[in-house]
Design a protein around this ligand. Structure first.
Ligand code: ZN
Length: 312
């Protein structure tokens, strides 16, 4: 019987904010991250140690790491594409070095500008840098369910990456639907193929809501016993390398569903809604979260005086 506890990895401050066109001031990023860790979330991604020319929004990664409050029990994560990024992230005492390869070659070339096998060699360098430090590597497989440039992705390509991650001692891998191409069928097929082959690996899901299937895909994962999910507060985000991508599933929407279904999550829904409103204020435009607008399903409303007939 799988555990009823779900661990949410909050990625809004990285996956979300990195696609904002206007530069978000460092102190506001810090404010959002501190608010997120204060909710009790156990994993919060804070930055990406990428070349500032590639993702200018993340150019203040080291300052953000210096400015945030570290809460015992919350692991702070950051994306690291190469050794240089890993050195900076290790110096900043990042707990979880998020490393990624895309299952699609076309996407990999765009995202990290190198073919898969070369990228896996880079990840080996990162792993040797991290060896002996207090940080661990966490794997992400991008475009695990389809690529906007090359179409369907062979699950054997995903398996090749997971195999490489296992060899690096990685114990947790998020399968990412980077541009929202999966339906519950693909989620199920991938998990059913990968889990028996990699029994020591914990698989999580990183889902984008590009075609409105993010929560449906999360539910498919939940039903199969997945208990690790990446989501972003208020549904912030998109992807700088994916045409018309939209954000991750919204943390508070997903947590709201999970709690309503009887699962437990690490944060209070009201606290998450407050964070989503803060995120919306910080980015300065409306974001896609729904529970932040509608309120919780348990929030009851007074019957309108003018029209007291029951609503239909
Ligand atoms: Zn993403």
């Amino acid at each position: 019987m799988p555990s009823e506890r779900i661990t949410i990895s909050e990625v809004g401050a990285r996956d979300g904010i990195q696609t904002e066109a206007a530069f978000i001031p460092t102190e506001r990023k810090i404010e959002l991250i501190d608010a997120l860790t204060a909710t009790g979330l156990k994993r919060v991604e804070a930055a990406s140690f990428v070349h500032p020319k590639v993702v200018p929004q993340m150019s203040d990664a080291a300052e953000v790491m210096r400015g945030i409050q570290r809460r015992p029990g919350t692991r702070i994560g950051a994306f690291v594409p190469n050794s240089k990024g890993a050195e900076a992230a290790l110096a900043a005492e990042v707990d979880d070095l998020k490393v990624g390869s895309a299952a699609s070659e076309a996407f990999n070339e765009l995202n990290v500008r190198m073919p898969l096998e070369k990228n896996l060699a880079v990840l080996r360098d990162i792993a040797s840098l991290a060896k002996g430090s207090a940080s661990r590597l966490v794997g992400v497989v991008g475009t695990a369910f389809g690529c906007p440039y090359s179409g369907p992705v062979d699950v054997e390509r995903v398996a090749r990456i997971v195999e490489a991650y296992s060899e690096l001692g990685i114990e947790l891998t998020y399968l990412a639907d980077t541009t929202g191409m999966a339906s519950p069928r693909e989620i199920r097929a991938a998990l059913e193929m990968l889990r028996p082959r990699f029994p020591a690996m914990t698989f999580g899901l990183h889902l984008h809501n590009t075609r409105g299937l993010g929560i449906a895909n999360a539910l498919a994962g939940l039903d199969l016993g997945v208990r690790d999910f990446e989501s972003s507060i208020g549904g912030l985000g998109g992807c700088p390398f994916a045409p018309r991508a939209v954000g991750n599933i919204s943390t508070e929407d997903f947590a709201h569903m999970a709690v309503q279904m009887g699962y437990s999550v690490d944060a209070d829904i009201d606290a998450l809604i407050a964070c989503a409103k803060l995120a919306e204020e910080i980015v300065g435009h409306s974001i896609s979260g729904m529970v932040m607008k509608a309120g919780k399903s348990t929030d009851l409303h007074a019957v309108p005086r003018e029209n007291a007939a029951a609503p239909r």
